[in-house]
Design a protein around this ligand. Structure first.
Ligand code: SAM
Length: 351
């Protein structure tokens, strides 16, 4: 910072282009790691602009790879940039950026799925949850098979205010397969409405910033990519434990095309199913003939609150596992009940 308080962005010395870095260190994208690189710095600048004002910010970039987004983050005037990269081949190229930025880039060679971010940045950055978001940001273009489990983990940490959210309402700007991005922002009644819509929207303000066509990546993935920005809400729209919300939402969406009472039913053991499903829907004031995609977040809030009450009365309900019951029935070669047949259930459905 200058005496007048104005920010000075460090000018980095001339560096090889990302394409040259890839050639220099022989960084062929590995298909098994779903690596797709962005070489166009105008595009990486555009992604980084969507994170907001990064002047003096503390940023964690996940999966920097050859460093295109990393350079754009540095050019945005950050104070500290922590990069977490799993693939050792990228470390020498990233070290060049550490030197060029006079130590602003800190490199962690590790897996973001297990990396603990709560001590990554100085304590003084911590803000109260109700305050404006802290000057801590997460940015990343990760492989699709990592970004979805990662956002579920981070959403749980938003709910529990731990991990990266020990600093307050840390904002995230991440890429997802376009269809996944669409599910995250899908509104009530839309075709893409899914588990991911409810889980993301009850905790965060979620917006898709723009779509990157697959052809912008090297090598080109088979799908287009959405850049999504998340700001945790001060007040979550459902105030129940994350695991409870996840359980209700997962059950309801288990039968996507059926009336919602079918999904609600699998929260309960067969012997009590009819009675408790009716009771839950009645108390929650939810029309049993609405389809899962037609339910609003307010509907899910009532369902979760009522389910919480039922579990408080009988804690064994929370440990009831419909899939396990179904599996055992299959093993015993018993015919599953008419209420829930194996064919009705998409057992492989993921977020
Ligand atoms: N950010 C670079 C870009 O946009 O050109 C690379 C993007 S590439 C899709 C994903 C990057 O994430 C790769 O560098 C890959 O090695 C890294 N990666 C994959 N899984 C990871 C994990 N679990 N933890 C940290 N990095 C990971």
């Amino acid at each position: 910072m200058t005496a007048s308080g104005k920010l000075t962005t460090i000018r980095m010395p001339p560096l090889p282009t990302i394409g040259e870095i890839i050639k220099l260190f022989n960084l062929r994208a590995m298909k098994q790691l779903s690596q797709n690189f962005l070489l166009d710095l105008k595009l990486t600048d555009k992604i980084v602009r969507k994170a907001g004002n990064l002047n003096n910010a503390y940023v964690c970039e996940v999966g920097p790879g050859p460093g295109g987004i990393t350079r754009s983050i540095l050019n945005a005037g950050v104070t500290d940039l922590l990069v977490v990269e799993k693939d050792t081949r990228f470390i020498p190229g990233l070290k060049m950026l550490t030197e060029a930025s006079m130590g602003k880039v800190r490199i962690v060679h590790g897996d973001i799925l297990t990396y603990r971010m709560e001590r990554a940045f100085p304590k003084h950055l911590q803000k109260q949850w109700e305050d404006d978001p802290p000057n801590v940001h997460i940015i990343g273009n990760l492989p699709f098979n990592v970004s979805t489990p990662l956002i579920i983990k981070w959403l749980e940490q938003v709910a529990n205010r731990n991990g990266p959210f020990t600093y307050g309402r840390t904002q995230m700007t991440l890429t997802f397969q376009k269809e996944v991005a669409e599910r995250m922002i899908a509104s009530t009644g839309s075709r893409q409405r899914s588990r991911l819509s409810i889980m993301s929207q009850y905790l965060c303000n979620v917006k898709t910033c723009f779509i990157i066509p697959g052809c912008a990546f090297i090598p080109k993935p088979e799908v287009d990519v959405g850049v999504v920005h998340f700001t945790p809400l001060i007040q979550p729209q459902i105030e129940q434990p994350f695991k409870l919300v996840e359980r209700v939402v997962q059950s309801v969406f288990q039968f996507r095309r059926k009336y919602c009472y079918r999904g609600v039913g699998i929260l309960f053991p067969e012997a009590q199913r009819l009675q408790l499903t009716e009771q839950m829907l009645l108390l929650a004031d939810v029309d049993p003939t609405l389809r899962p995609g037609e339910l609003t977040i307010a509907h899910f809030r009532s369902l979760c609150n009522v389910y919480r009450g039922l579990c408080d009365q009988d804690p064994s309900l929370f440990t009831y596992n419909f899939r396990e019951e179904l599996r055992l029935k299959k093993l015993c070669k018993k015919k599953p009940s008419k209420e829930c047949t194996v064919e009705d259930i998409n057992l492989t459905e993921s977020y």
